[in-house]
Structures are given as structure tokens and as C-alpha cells.
Write a new protein. Structure first.
Length: 278
């Protein structure tokens, strides 16, 4: 894959690991453009602390973790409260479900394992794994760690199975400063970026909302159908692009940032095709 992005200007919208991704683009001959399209705020409020306390006082049958960053945030909060050991003990005695390899890695680092995990990095994949495992959730206490936003599909499915659902939101995705979104938008519309990478659906939403506020949503969608290549880190983010009206998306089979760039290089080399939502 060496130099297969030669001369290509790649906008990087994800704030996490941006430096690492930029270096990868450079190693492949491309020019990285740091254009954050998302901010993340870790929530450390009384409601979250009360939720963690309630978790330990009334342990659930199932703990469902959806992101590594969310699990780490809860671990940090438990550590600050002097309750990390007690909370890990509660988790050891609960069934654990995990979405995403990063979540699984955080669990392993803390001596925990998932009874159920997704098959493709998505909430739908996690639901399929619950179903394949024949897990009975009727009447079970379930705590769901949300991932920066609501999770209506997963929440609804758990409740449909008869679970008594509690939810915790350790962090929230927020839009970056307007000038950052404007710079990204102008790069895409004025031909200064050949491709743009997305690592979460909120990045897509924030960019499209800004474009709409400037009366340039249709122009942006046209750019994505023409010279600008939309690149997604995985299936969940790709679905967010499709829902936004962007039909052509390059995405790897495995949800990895490195795999995302390799797939883009293969696309430019004619060895891979963009996925088109029918």
C-alpha cells in the first residue's frame, strides 16, 4: 500500500487518534488535512455518579457496553470515587455484552470478558449475537452504556425482549466550533480535499447540519457524488452516511482506522469498489 495515496488530500474529521491517522496518510503519500467535525465531552455530573452508585447497590443481570471510551469513563469515575474494585466485582458477577473490539480490549485489560459480543461492530450485530446465543432477557435487569447519544434501536430491542432497562450516558458528542466545520465544508466544495474520513455518525450529522444552515447541503451531496470520496471507518458510520443521502462510501470489512486507509488506497488503485446503498 506504500505511496498509493500519492498526492491525495485526505480530510480527517475524527478528533481521536488524528495524529496517528495523519502519519499513516503521509506514509502512504497523501496529504492529511486535520478538520475535526466532532467534539466529545465527558460527563461528570451528579446524575452519572448516582447512576454508578445505583449500579453497585442494585447490580444488573446484564451489563451492556457499547464503546471503549464509555467504559473507560465509567472506570475513571469509579476510581475517583474509590469504588473501582467494588464495581469490577459487580461486573464479574454480571453477564456482559460488548459492542466493538475497543470495548472488548478494555474489558480484557480489567480481567473481564464478554458473554455476548457483536459480529460487525454495530448495534445490529450485537442484537444478532444475543439472538444467536439464545439469551433470555425477559424480566432481567439490564444496564446499557450509551455512546455519546441515544441508542433507540438497541434500547427498543432490549425492552421488547422484556428487559428492565437502565441507561447511562458517560459522554456526549457535540459539534465543534462553527469555523472548523466551515473550513471543512469549503475544502470539500472548492476542491481542496479528494476524500474525507468519518469515524462516527455524529461527524456526518454535524457536517450536513452546518451545510444546510449555509444553504449548501445539496452542493455538498453533489460533491460526494462526484469528486469527493466519503470514507467510513466501519458499518455503523457508513450507515450514517447513507442515511444522510451520500450513496457512495468506501469502508473496510473490519472496523479499524488503519484498515480504512488501506481500503481507500485500494479504491484509488482500482482494487476495491465503493459500496453503494441501493
Amino acid at each position: 500500500m506504500a505511496r498509493r495515496l500519492e498526492g491525495k488530500r485526505i480530510a480527517i474529521t475524527g478528533p481521536r487518534r488524528a495524529e496517528e491517522l495523519s502519519k499513516l496518510v503521509e506514509n502512504m503519500g497523501g496529504v492529511p488535512l486535520l478538520r475535526p467535525a466532532q467534539g466529545t465531552v465527558l460527563l461528570d455530573d451528579q446524575e452519572l455518579r448516582q447512576g454508578l452508585a445505583d449500579w453497585m447497590e442494585h447490580p444488573p443481570d446484564w451489563a451492556v457496553f457499547t464503546t471503549g471510551v464509555g467504559l473507560n469513563a465509567l472506570l475513571d469515575l469509579a476510581e475517583q470515587s474509590g469504588q473501582a474494585a467494588a464495581w469490577l466485582k459487580v461486573l464479574e458477577n454480571s453477564h456482559i455484552a460488548a459492542r466493538g473490539y475497543k470495548t472488548v480490549n478494555v474489558l480484557k485489560k480489567n480481567g473481564l470478558s464478554a458473554k455476548v459480543r457483536d459480529d460487525d461492530g454495530s448495534s445490529e450485530g450485537l442484537i444478532r449475537s444475543f439472538q444467536a446465543g439464545g439469551c433470555v432477557l425477559e424480566g432481567k435487569e439490564v444496564i446499557l452504556q450509551l455512546y455519546g447519544d441515544t441508542a433507540p434501536r438497541l434500547s427498543s430491542w432490549l425492552e421488547e425482549q422484556g428487559a428492565h432497562l437502565r441507561q447511562l450516558l458517560p459522554y456526549r458528542h457535540i459539534a465543534p466550533p462553527e469555523e472548523q466545520l466551515e473550513l471543512l465544508l469549503s475544502d470539500l466544495l472548492d476542491g481542496r480535499a479528494d476524500a474525507v474520513t468519518f469515524t462516527s455518525a455524529p461527524q456526518v450529522r454535524f457536517l450536513l447540519e452546518h451545510a444546510a444552515s449555509q444553504g449548501k447541503r445539496e452542493a455538498l451531496l453533489e460533491a460526494f457524488c462526484g469528486p469527493v470520496v466519503a470514507v467510513a471507518v466501519g458499518k455503523v458510520t457508513a450507515h450514517g452516511l447513507y442515511e444522510a443521502g451520500i450513496p457512495r462510501v468506501v469502508a473496510p470489512r473490519e472496523e479499524r482506522m488503519g484498515s480504512m486507509m488501506v481500503e481507500l488506497a485500494r479504491y484509488y488503485a482500482g482494487e476495491a469498489q465503493a459500496l453503494v446503498e441501493s
